[in-house]
Design a protein around this ligand. Structure first.
Ligand code: GLU
Length: 470
């Protein structure tokens, strides 16, 4: 049996982390079994589904590297198939036309609710002898009246529902369109899905879907219902907790590897291991290790993982992602060091690619003005001699390497008989505009000779103005 899982989002909004985690679990499980992953767009709710949301979902999946082997399938393109099976069920008397008016159904619900009962259709049309009429109708599935439905959920173990709790579900609306639960069932069957991995908010649908699958003579897939993701305050994760859309995490400067690693650990574990390469995730993932309890989203941990991946992944790869942020921040990278060199120099100090991009601006363009505090402290008349000497030596320097540059700064300090900081800090402020940067040799190397010389002149001019003003 080839394992086949699916991710079946409704395109009513962006791809949020909850959905992305479900997709990731499905994807990992399939990959771990050498199976196939299906992407299905559940767009039957035409009022709420949008092309924009479809695009956002595909973009999020692609960014996360959650590639699909089949699809994307669109339910709106499969209406003929649903119709065919509804007719078949009607024909086999496993479904029936219900002519009850909305008013009657509403009234029934009100009565049941005021009697403290769960609202359910009372089956008035279930046994109508003559089904034909010109009146508008819905089609209802004849749910078994007796017995129970049970399934062995991979996360929550055995789950059982009594059929008396389930009423006759509408599978076709008055306008002839099929309803959500019916489409899911037909698709899972037609697409030969072996494992349905989805959010636990669908648990109540599962017994109904199993009953319909039985009626259709379809095999029953295995199920794994994954618990919710909560915010740090214990409430269901939502926008007010911060980013929830996958692409927002991209915008905020996270690498897909970090988000993926973060999400795999959110509700799944392998001992106390925190860092997983994709190959390890695939090798180690198992449905039975998914946590029953909801998990809380922890931004600090995501940042920690992001730092780990920025530092340890191939700088060329990180640079590809950084490029997008450089563009977003309007930093023209055509003139300056290789982005991968920037990654190697700055990854250690940055939390996100957004930080990395903004703190690398001075490698590519002139800084606007000196950081006031840093300039006040380090660009003082006493720094003039040091800056002039460094400038002289840099001017004469023909081998622009970390080692030579480091030695050169040391030489200046030695010649002036001051400690390194007296040379290093003014120099740092001169070439970066601020008081913080990676080590000076690396910073000088990446900024390049010409720019460094111009900037030292700029700092000297600043000092001169300051001197004149005194
Ligand atoms: N379309 C459903 C949703 O977005 C998922 C259905 C399923 O996985 O069975 O919540």
């Amino acid at each position: 049996m080839t394992v086949k899982t699916r991710f079946a989002p409704s395109p009513t909004g962006f791809l949020h982390v909850g959905g992305a985690r479900t997709a990731l679990f499905s994807w990992l499980y399939t990959k771990s079994k050498g199976g196939k992953f299906v992407l299905r767009i559940e767009d039957t709710d035409v009022e709420r589904s949008t092309q924009e949301a479809v695009d956002a979902i595909l973009e999020g999946m692609t960014w996360m590297g959650l590639t699909w082997d089949e699809g994307p399938f669109y339910q709106t393109k499969r209406f003929d198939r649903y119709k065919e099976l509804i007719l078949k069920l009607l024909d086999e008397k496993k479904a029936y036309k219900c002519y009850c008016s909305k008013e009657r159904v509403n009234q029934l619900r009100n009565l049941q609710e005021s009697a403290g009962e769960a609202p359910r259709y009372d089956g008035k049309c279930r046994d109508l002898i003559d089904q034909e009429s010109n009146a508008p109708f819905v089609v209802r599935f004849k749910n078994p009246k007796l017995g129970s439905v049970s399934f062995d959920d991979h996360v929550r173990n055995n789950i059982e529902f009594s059929n008396t709790e389930l009423d006759d579900l509408i599978i076709q609306r008055t306008d002839g369109t099929p309803t959500y639960n019916f489409c899911v069932v037909v698709d899972d069957w037609d697409m030969q899905i072996t494992h349905v991995i989805r959010g636990e908010d669908h648990i109540n649908n599962t017994p109904r879907q199993i009953n319909i699958l039985h009626a259709l003579g379809a095999p029953i897939p295995e199920y794994a219902h994954v618990a919710m993701i909560l915010g740090d305050d214990g409430a269901k994760l939502s926008k007010r907790h911060g980013a929830v859309s996958v692409m927002q995490f991209r915008n905020d400067g996270y690498l897909p590897e970090a988000l993926k690693n973060y999400l795999v650990r959110l509700g799944w574990s392998h001992g106390d291991q925190e860092i997983f390469s994709e190959a390890e995730m695939i090798e180690l993932f198992s449905l039975d290790k998914i946590n029953k309890a909801p998990s809380a989203f922890n931004n600090e941990k995501l940042i920690w993982l992001n730092q780990h991946y920025m530092k340890t992944l191939d700088p060329d790869y990180v640079a590809d992602h950084l490029k997008w942020h450089m563009q977003t921040q309007n930093i023209d990278t055509t003139n300056g060091p290789q982005l991968s060199a920037v990654v190697s120099a700055l990854a250690e100090r940055a939390k996100t690619l957004v930080d990395l991009a903004s703190s690398s601006r001075y490698f590519f363009e002139e800084y606007k003005e000196f950081d006031a505090k840093a300039a006040k402290k380090h660009l003082r008349p006493v720094a003039k001699a040091a800056l002039e000497l460094v400038q002289q030596k840099l001017q004469a320097c023909t081998t622009w390497t970390d080692e030579i540059l480091q030695a050169l700064i040391q030489e200046c300090a030695d010649e002036l008989e001051v400690n390194m900081g007296k040379v290093g800090m003014p120099l740092r402020v001169a070439i970066t505009g601020a008081g913080q940067s990676p080590s000076l040799d690396v910073t000088l190397r990446l900024i390049g000779k010409e720019r460094c010389l111009t900037r030292i002149s700029r700092a000297l001019a600043f000092i001169a103005t300051r001197e004149a003003a005194q």
